[in-house]
Design a binder for this molecule. Structure first.
Ligand code: MGD
Ligand code: MGD
Ligand code: MO
Length: 647
């Protein structure tokens, strides 16, 4: 409701009058704004082809009908096509490796939160679920598990709320060192004969190659706890103790956060989480997990907006969108881009490398978005249409994790001249000559009705009345059938098993077949490792402009007192945070409840650049780059090298 009533809520269409990015707009009528968009898109399509339009679609709104990603995709494919983004900022590295591990069954490799009821140990590996949730039921199940005496291990460089409230064991490891810690745990399992060899044999290929690697029989050092200790900043003895406790706890659920793959070589952390769950025979077992992304289980069947993708649509990894705009074909990207259609995201602020993102928006002929607020991204557009927010439209909600659907009624009507994205696209499609194809003659309410008819929901009236449909099975364990009988239910991989050491992976990517720890490149001028976690008060950049959220939000830079003392800095000082990509001036907050050698700046603050291009607000992506991980080209948003000085 804060967002609905906000004084800076966009209430009518805006057309740019000042330079791009200046934020200077004038009020326009819907007709004028829609005509301008239709004319600009037509111009780009006729001059350069539809692929010159870049679809910047994100998940600002999810839902069967009003999902921003689906709406923009449907619209642009009917328009004639576009250039699309693949993957996402959330779990790009994990999503890249999972099909190599599990084949297509990676879509079934998660678990329902209720299965945590029977876990003896829950390992939250870089997961801060009391603040990020990742499934509405997860925090409750975690606290239940703690109360009944389950061991809850949290591996996180800082004392998050999850560490403070749920952990029975906190392992504060150095960011980006998780793969080293995982190898050392495997070393203890193999060398102390704690690994379940029969389970490994039956369920995986390549565990033998991994064992040789871990034991140092393939030319490298043995990955012992002593080897890992200086990399992780944890005592070798504690690493060994953790490995033994993990081997003894049955079943143990390993719940990897996405943070551990949003780092250099993040791909291999998710190959190793699978290896750990296999070595300990927790893979696909009730109360265990596969070590995959927790949300990879199908939601109940429900209709959704159909999208007829055009064949041969050019695409590029999401991380590289500004490079693709700036370099086009000459840089090896699939198209020369002349227009940007952004929807449901604040890409200029949330994508890596804010300066490059601004340059990309400056470079196109035309940029448009629909927004609730004049975000940094909206400021870089030529036309901004006022969009209805999630509370202002009826829809069916599909959860992050869990076997249920939500019926979301309209809570309040859209204010001012605000329209829903669906209605906006209907009006635009009309102007572009494909109105009836886009709407199929249906109102939003008629689509929602159709989706319910197409669903497995037995009693639609009850669904609308209660707001929820719970599918019969609430305690699903991903890949349970394979786990119980791998011969009868093989995985759709070449071997029929989980492919831990994967020759296919090696052939496709040029990276080692065996998952391993790769030391990140280090620059002694930028010795501090920046973490940019989620704020507990905000969803990404939403609310950065709302005073009620801003007051509570933590937009100071956190530093360990020892690192501050070494730099002559004190609590409350104004400091300058910088690296080769950018700089920001921030207030310093000392925090002894995290390891030294890191600094923490929650992601999502809208940047406010001064005349030198330095940020006065603290947007985390001033410091990140579009280089990313390899081979996935996924974002690196933790363990980014920076330095801090008095400022
Ligand atoms: N409140 C809130 N919740 C959210 C979101 C939000 O914006 N706000 N966003 C949602 C979305 S889209 C996503 S993708 C998920 C994201 O969920 P995650 O990606 O898992 O979240 P992060 O906050 O990046 O990181 C989780 C924890 O990992 C720690 N960490 C950082 N780097 C490392 C590392 O190298 N190793 C280890 N072991 N730990 C590390 C951080 O200190 C943090 O406490 O959250 C979802 N939930
Ligand atoms: N440094 C750093 N950067 C990160 C991350 C990190 O951990 N560190 N996390 C990354 C991750 S995991 C993610 S998922 C991305 C998320 O990045 P984005 O997808 O950009 O997410 P938001 O900032 O939530 O932006 C959503 C926008 O959609 C608008 N919106 C909401 N509802 C609607 C609607 O119904 N219609 C329309 N038209 N607009 C709507 C909101 O006003 C908001 O401006 O950020 C990534 N960026
Ligand atoms: Mo995300």
């Amino acid at each position: 409701m804060e967002a609905h009533n906000a004084p800076d809520r966009l209430l009518h269409p805006l057309v740019r009058v000042g330079p791009r990015g200046s934020g200077q707009f004038r009020r326009a009528s819907w007709d004028e704004a829609l005509d301008q968009i239709a004319a600009a898109l037509t111009q780009v399509r006729s001059q350069h082809g539809p692929q010159a339009v870049l679809s910047l679609a994100s998940a600002g709104c999810t839902g069967a009908l009003h999902g921003t990603h689906g709406l923009l995709t449907r619209f642009l494919h009917l328009f004639g096509g576009c250039t699309e983004l693949t993957s996402n900022y959330s779990n790009g590295a994990a999503s890249f490796v999972l099909p190599y591990l599990y084949g297509d069954a990676w879509r079934q490799s998660g678990f329902d939160a209720a299965t945590l009821q029977v876990s003896q140990m829950i390992i939250l590996w870089g997961a801060n679920v009391l603040e990020t949730r990742q499934g509405t039921e997860v925090p409750m199940r975690l606290m239940e598990a703690k109360e009944r005496g389950a061991q809850i291990v949290v591996i996180d460089p800082r004392r998050s709320d999850t560490v403070a409230q749920a952990a029975t064991w906190w392992l504060p490891c150095r960011p980006g060192s998780d793969a080293a810690l995982m190898l050392a745990v495997l070393h203890v399992l193999f060398s102390e004969n704690l690994a379940d060899r029969a389970f490994m044999q039956a369920h995986a290929v390549g565990m033998d190659a991994l064992e040789r690697h871990v034991l140092g029989l393939d030319g490298g050092p043995a990955r012992t706890p002593e080897w890992a200790a200086p990399l992780c900043g944890l005592p070798a003895e504690e690493i060994a103790r953790f490995a033994r406790a993990y081997a003894a706890a049955k079943p143990a659920a390993l719940f990897p956060g996405y943070s551990i793959q949003r780092v250099f070589a993040g791909e291999d952390t998710y190959r190793l989480t699978a290896a750990l769950q296999i070595a300990t025979a927790n893979f696909g077992v009730l109360g265990g997990s596969t070590g995959s992304i927790n949300s990879r289980l199908p939601a109940p069947r429900v209709g959704s907006l159909p999208i007829q993708r055009r064949p041969h649509t050019p695409s590029l990894p999401i991380l590289r969108w500004p490079d693709a705009v700036l370099q086009g074909r000459s840089g090896g990207y699939p198209s020369d881009l002349h227009a940007i259609y952004a929807l449901g995201g604040n890409f200029v602020n949330q994508g890596a490398d804010v300066h490059k993102n601004c340059a990309a928006f400056a470079a196109v002929d035309f940029a448009v978005t629909h927004e609730m607020f004049l975000t940094p991204t909206a400021r870089w557009c030529d036309v901004v249409l006022p969009a209805a927010g999630p509370l202002e439209k009826e829809d069916i909600g599909i959860p992050w994790l869990g076997n249920y659907l939500l019926y979301k009624s309209q809570i309040v009507p859209p204010p001012g001249e605000v329209r829903t994205d669906y209605d906006i696209f209907c009006a635009l499609a009309e102007r572009l000559g494909f109105g009836s194809e886009f709407s199929q003659g249906r109102s939003a309410a008629e689509w929602v009705e159709l989706f319910i008819q197409e669903s497995e929901i037995p009693d639609p009236q009850d669904f609308r009345r209660t707001g929820i449909y719970l599918a019969p099975n609430q305690e699903r364990t991903g890949l349970a059938e394979f786990s119980a009988n791998p011969q009868r239910h093989p995985l759709p991989t070449p071997s029929g098993k989980v492919e831990i050491a994967s020759p296919r992976y090696a052939a496709d990517t040029g990276f080692p077949a065996v998952p391993t720890y790769q030391p990140p490149p280090a620059d002694p001028r930028f010795p501090l490792l920046l973490l940019t976690p989620k704020s507990r008060y905000r969803t990404h950049s939403q609310g950065s402009n709302l005073p009620a959220v801003r007051q509570r939000a933590d937009d100071a830079l956190e530093m360990h007192p020892a690192d501050a003392a070494a730099r002559g800095l004190r609590e409350g000082d104004r400091v300058r945070l910088f690296n080769p990509n950018g700089a920001a001036r921030l207030r310093l907050r000392l925090n002894a409840e995290m390891i030294s050698g890191i600094v923490v700046l929650p992601e999502g603050i809208w940047f406010e650049l001064d005349e030198n291009g330095e940020d006065l607000a603290g947007s985390a992506n001033l410091f990140t780059s579009t280089q990313g991980t390899a081979p996935a080209a996924a974002c690196i948003m933790h363990a980014v090298g920076v330095e801090v000085a008095a400022g």
